[in-house]
Ligand binder design. Structure first.
Ligand SMILES: Cc1cc2nc3c(=O)[nH]c(=O)nc-3n(C[C@H](O)[C@H](O)[C@H](O)COP(=O)(O)O)c2cc1C
Length: 380
């Protein structure tokens, strides 16, 4: 996993050295971004030597690369340890006044913060209100440990042990250790060497689902069918075009198979080699393609299978259609959506299982996050 480790200017910043080592030893790629004040407590050379990369704090260096956006988008997980009272306040207020907070705000990755400060600072209503705000937005806040603080004092406010932080950050991800395959885009069945039967699926929903699965800690494989959009980083991608190629790419074990690709229901029996001319006339003989997700579900009964149903119907009818597909295909869940979702950034879907029909709406990124939360619950 690509972890952005933010270090802020508290006395416990020196412990970040062991955190970098611990996370790197587990095979994670750790990018360290300290605040200016953190560098008063731990030296740049230590952070550079342990992380193996140059340490930056300046927003306005290498501006051409727009580093804060790059850092934010590359991260699969953001961990801020230690987090000062000042950082919590700035993050809660959305104040992006340094490289690290800009990167944090520019990211969709899950954020974990490990506050560490004097007991009074921790219990101060301002700090507690900032923590409550962050928690309400989905940030995971690790409760500080109780014990010896700077000087002779002791009480709650200590940075927890490095092993505990790693356990909290990594083990807490709902899809940690799970392999999720997401198919995305739309297949193309050749008519001749240059023409095809295709569909208008952009692949956006599948991409967002893949990102959400990655952000939930899963190992993700994305099977991309004819997608023009930029593909997410940190995810293994297999490119396919036809239904047969898609079937071949799907032929592997996984914990969760999400079939977001729009698959052609028909293929041309004998595609023409070369380019058909108008004068040839055209009489296409079509044969139905296989139901890939139903076949996958039959061959991999221990996986979770999520199918999609696209229909231009009322909500009730869409749920009915999705429920029908649930039984026909023997899948775990069917996500019903309407034609409007095609190519759009926003969507409204019905997540239908044998027990429930849950409506989710918002941007495809938000809906994907909710879908992966529901999938995590199904695994449990
Ligand atoms: C010796 C010393 C220790 C400090 N320890 C902490 C601490 O543990 N937690 C904290 O919230 N602030 C601590 N501070 C105050 C922060 O350094 C200060 O709020 C700073 O503005 C934080 O900057 P940053 O959040 O941008 O890194 C300490 C200051 C000093 C001088």
């Amino acid at each position: 996993m690509r972890i952005l480790l933010g270090i802020t200017g508290g006395i416990a910043a020196y412990k970040a050295a062991n955190l970098i080592r611990g996370l790197s030893e587990l095979g994670h790629e750790v990018t360290v971004v300290p605040t200016e004040n953190a560098l008063r407590f731990i030296g740049k050379p230590t952070l550079e030597a342990l992380s193996g990369h140059a340490i930056e704090t300046d927003m306005y260096q290498d501006v051409a690369q727009v580093r804060h956006v790059e850092l934010g988008q590359q991260a699969n997980l953001i961990l801020i340890a230690p987090a000062t009272a000042s950082f919590l306040a700035r993050f809660a207020a959305g104040i992006a006044d340094d490289l690290m907070l800009n990167a944090v705000l520019a990211s969709n990755a899950p954020v974990i913060v490990c506050p560490a400060m004097h007991t009074e600072m921790w219990l101060n209503p301002a700090t507690q209100a900032n923590v409550a705000t962050l928690v309400s937005r989905g940030v995971r806040v690790m409760e500080p440990a109780s014990g010896r603080l700077t000087g002779d004092d002791s009480g709650p406010g200590r940075l927890p042990e490095v092993a505990e932080i790693i356990e909290f950050a990594i083990a807490g991800l709902p899809l940690k250790g799970k392999h999720v395959i997401v198919t995305a885009g739309g297949t193309r069945e050749p008519i001749d060497s240059v023409r095809y039967i295709g569909n208008s699926s952009s692949g956006r929903m599948g991409i967002e689902l893949a990102k959400a699965a990655r952000n939930a800690g899963a190992q993700v494989s994305l099977i991309a069918a004819n997608i023009d959009l930029p593909l997410p980083k940190g995810i293994a991608v297999t490119h396919v075009s036809t239904v047969d190629e898609l079937e071949l790419a799907m032929d592997r074990e996984c914990d969760v198979m999400i079939m977001a690709a729009a698959v052609s229901d028909f293929r041309v029996q004998n595609p023409y080699l070369g380019k058909l001319k108008r004068s040839n006339g055209l009489n296409l003989e079509l044969t139905p393609t296989k139901d890939l997700i139903a076949n996958y579900a039959a061959n991999h009964p221990n996986s979770i299978h999520i199918a999609f149903a696209l229909a231009e119907e009322t909500k009730e009818r869409l749920i009915e259609i999705a429920r029908g597909k649930l039984w026909d295909k023997s899948v775990t869940a069917v996500i019903g959506n309407s034609f409007e979702a095609l190519g759009n950034k926003d969507t409204l879907v019905q997540f239908v299982t044998k027990d429930d029909a849950i409506e989710l709406s918002g941007s495809k990124a938000e809906v994907s996050k909710s879908i992966l939360e529901l999938v995590s619950k199904l695994i449990r």
